[in-house]
Structure formats: structure tokens, C-alpha cells
Ligand binder design. Sequence first.
Ligand SMILES: [Zn+2]
Length: 308
Amino acid sequence: MILSCTGTSALKNNDSTWARWITTACDLFLSILLGFGLSSLINYYQQRKVKSILQVSTEQIMSKCERKLKFNKHIPQKTLSEFVPLQPYRAIVIRQQTSPVIVNELIIEARKTNKFTIHPYDYKSSGDHYLEIEFLQQSSSIIISIEIFHQQNLLFERIDDFLSIILHPSNMIYTWKDFDKNLIDYQSYQVFLNGDINQCHFVNVQNCFKTWYNTTFGHNQNCNQLLDFNDIDDPLCSCSHRPVKCPTEQWSLTNAIAYTFHQNFSNGSTSSKTCPAITKLFNIIQNNWTRQQIEYFRKQCHINSPNG
Ligand SMILES: [Zn+2]
């Protein structure tokens, strides 16, 4: 009987030890689970806070940049005189009804020319595509607007030859922005279709202009930008004559003409002034005009303008 009681007591002790172990293990597991849950919650809210701080900061920088761009891009139109090309030009439009004889005459002129400015444009209302081409010649220019079309007739064949002569590796082609050689609308012409366009020498005047302008028209002495180590475009710049405030931003052709020559150029779709504007900018970049030369040119234009 005594033995039996001792055995029962030992069994009870064993059970209570197991129960304590199980309870402790459960407590430990619950504590780990709780800790993990709390830490995940804290991490989540911290990440949200960091994200919102970053977002606010980015928005503040962008809005500051945009505010400065808006402020600085405003040049009162009344202070601008009318755009004047460097030299007089003759404008010719080639449409589907144009006589092939005219294109034949232009082919003769194109063979005598090795510098061209090109600008593709569309009429948004009709969806028609045009290619504006300026022949850069000694004393005057020829500006041709070609309607892009595809028909099996003599005119199309002559335009096809004409484009192959102009877009030839022996010529220099000036553009504003990179010329899109893969435009589907031009693929009916041989020079685009057979890939010869890739051998052409294109000069992106927009890129050259940015470098020339920033070198020629430096920051003012009291500019807010920190100029100790660089003078690139920056949102902190407070110079009104430098409207581009972000290093990645590019100049529009309208602003390039306005800020350089103080002339009002609007490159509307019906205008044939786009090529002369690109040509005019490239000419001053090529001849490395100084600030003094530009300022003298502006004064002369102002004196000669009807409102001057
Ligand atoms: Zn500045």
C-alpha cells in the first residue's frame, strides 16, 4: 500500500513537471509570436513614414523646380521682335498634285548642295505628314515642304530619288532633336526602307545649343546656385536669362530663339520658319558667337524692327 502511494506520487510529480515545461514552451512561443508581430507592425509604420517623407521631399523639389521654370520661362512677348532668318529664302510646297518637273529642278539644286536642315511635322487635323527641308546655300536658301504619300506614279518616284540624294552620307543634315529614322510614314521611300538613312551625318542642333548657350551666357554673380564646382543647369539658379533649370531638360526651339535673339518664333504646323530657325542657331554656334556679338545683333534687329 505504501509502495503504491509512493508510485502514484512520483507519477503526479512527473506529470506536473511536463505540464510546467509545456506551459513554459507555450509562453515562449506566444512571446516570440507577439514580438515578431510587434516588430513587423513597427517596421511597416516606419517604412510608410520614410516613404511619405521621401515623397514629400521629391514633390517639394519638383514643385520648386517647376515654379522656377514657370517663372523664368515667362518672357513678355511685347519685348520680342519678329523672327528674321539669317538669309532670304524661297518656299516651295510639294503635294500630290505637284508637277514632277518641279521636283526634277529641285534634284538639280540638291546635287549642288551638301548641307540641309530637316524638320518633320504633321497637320494634326488632317493627319498629313510633311518633311520640311532647307537647302543651305551661299546667299539664299530654298525651303521645301514635302507631303508624305505613297502612290505608284512619276511624282512619287522623283521624290524618292530626291530624298535619296539629300539623305546621302556625303551631306550634313541639321535637325532639332534626334531625327526619328524609323518613322513608319517614311518607310515607303527607299532611303528609309533600305537603311541608307543610318549612314547619314545628322547634327542635333538642340544638344549643341545647350552647350554653347551655357558657355556664352553664364550665371549672374548673385545667382542662388552654388557655383563653386559646376555651373550646369540647376533648380537653385535664379538667373532669368537661363530658363532651363534641370540638367536633363532640353530647350524648345521657340525659347532658344527668344532667349538668344529676343525674337518671337512660333513653330506652328503651317509655318515654314522651323528650318530657318534651326539653321540660324547652328550658324551662330558654328561661328562661336560671343555674348557681345549676340547683344550687338539684338540691338541692330531692334533698331531695324517696325516697332523699334
Ligand atoms: Zn544662375
